[in-house]
Design a protein around this ligand. Structure first.
Ligand SMILES: [Zn+2]
Length: 336
């Protein structure tokens, strides 16, 4: 058996102690010093959940292009640069790029990611091919090939993915969004949407779509956030991605309103898909959230947002954890 010791993140905060593990399973836990020399000492955290990715555009990062720091020009469908590049890329290029990101996520302690996959059913199939040889769980949110609702297409997408994840309401004819959301809810799958990223969008319209969660909300006002909180809808923040375009989430306001938060790394063409790097970035920008809160967003909260089983590090649970340095938060040991 091997041991790690330090402080273990639980649902009730950090608790001093150790974990003993063997063959991918936690065998024993304790609140005192570990019985044998630990393989790593530090903050012991359940594996991360990256709650918002687009790993389909990983191949673009490999091209080392200069990308426009403008959301509309770069990522808005159908004519943003990213979508043109996605259409022209070969399947091999797309899959190789996705596998590079998957490998990166596993090495940085992520055991689950929620991908907003473009390109309809073809996009889902490519992601599933990329996933086939890796030990990582995914929540795949797909989207229609074009910006309109077709019943047969949504049926196919929902049969092959965990739900639908769309770009913002500003890109769409609202009545099409209503039809999609209704269809997804009827099938009891996840429906999520980017919101108030480039500009403030009408919160009533967004909430009427009954989203399971929203991504960004950086241009939202206090009253928008209050309404989101009252509707019990979580927000996934992607601070490094916002920073690329010259913005940041309003951490102070988010904390004040107390909306439920999780973290995502967004487009893989912009940033590596490491949730730990996302946390380190936020810590550099603000001290509004404690390290414990940020780690909570990326572990317990994110699982709640995606309706996943809560992963508590206890006897008999899977040995899926990461040990990080308590000062720098750099990974010291990854068990996945
Ligand atoms: Zn996104």
């Amino acid at each position: 058996m091997e041991f790690v010791s330090g402080k273990v993140l639980t649902k009730n905060g950090f608790q001093k102690g150790y974990l003993g593990f063997e063959k991918r399973k936690i065998i024993e836990t304790g609140k005192e010093k570990s019985p044998e020399k630990p393989v790593a000492k530090g903050l012991i955290v359940p594996s991360f959940v990256n709650a918002h990715t687009h790993i389909g555009d990983s191949f673009i990062k490999k091209r080392k292009m200069k990308l426009p720091r403008d959301i509309e020009k770069l990522v808005a469908p159908p004519n943003g640069l990213k979508h043109n590049l996605l259409r022209k890329a070969t399947e091999k290029e797309l899959i190789d790029g996705m596998e590079t990101s998957i490998d990166y996520m596993i090495k940085s302690g992520t055991s689950v990611f929620c991908d907003f996959r473009e390109d309809g059913i073809v996009g889902i199939c490519l992601l599933k091919t990329a996933l086939s040889s890796w030990n990582i769980s995914s929540v795949i949110l797909s989207r229609p090939d074009e910006l309109n609702y077709r019943k047969s297409e949504i049926d196919i997408l929902l049969n092959n993915s965990d739900g639908i994840g769309l770009s913002s309401i500003s890109d769409w004819d609202y009545s099409e969004l209503q039809k999609i959301s209704k269809h997804v809810k009827k099938k009891k799958k996840l429906f999520a949407i980017h919101a108030s990223e480039r500009l403030r969008e009408n919160i009533e319209d967004i909430l009427d779509l009954k989203p399971d969660f929203l991504v960004h909300m950086i241009k939202a006002t206090e009253s928008d956030l209050e309404q989101v909180k009252d509707s019990e809808i979580p927000i996934v923040l992607c601070p490094r991605s916002n920073n690329f375009y010259g913005f940041l989430p309003n951490f102070k306001l988010l904390k004040k309103v107390g909306v439920e938060l999780a973290l995502g790394s967004d487009n893989a063409m912009l940033n590596n898909p490491s949730i730990l790097d996302e946390i380190i970035f936020v810590r550099k920008k603000t001290n509004i959230f404690s390290t414990e809160e940020l780690l909570n967003f990326a572990t317990f909260n994110a699982r709640k947002v995606l309706n996943l089983e809560c992963h508590i590090l206890g006897s008999n649970s899977k040995a899926e954890f990461i040990v990080i340095d308590k000062k720098t938060l750099k990974p010291l040991y990854v068990s996945l």
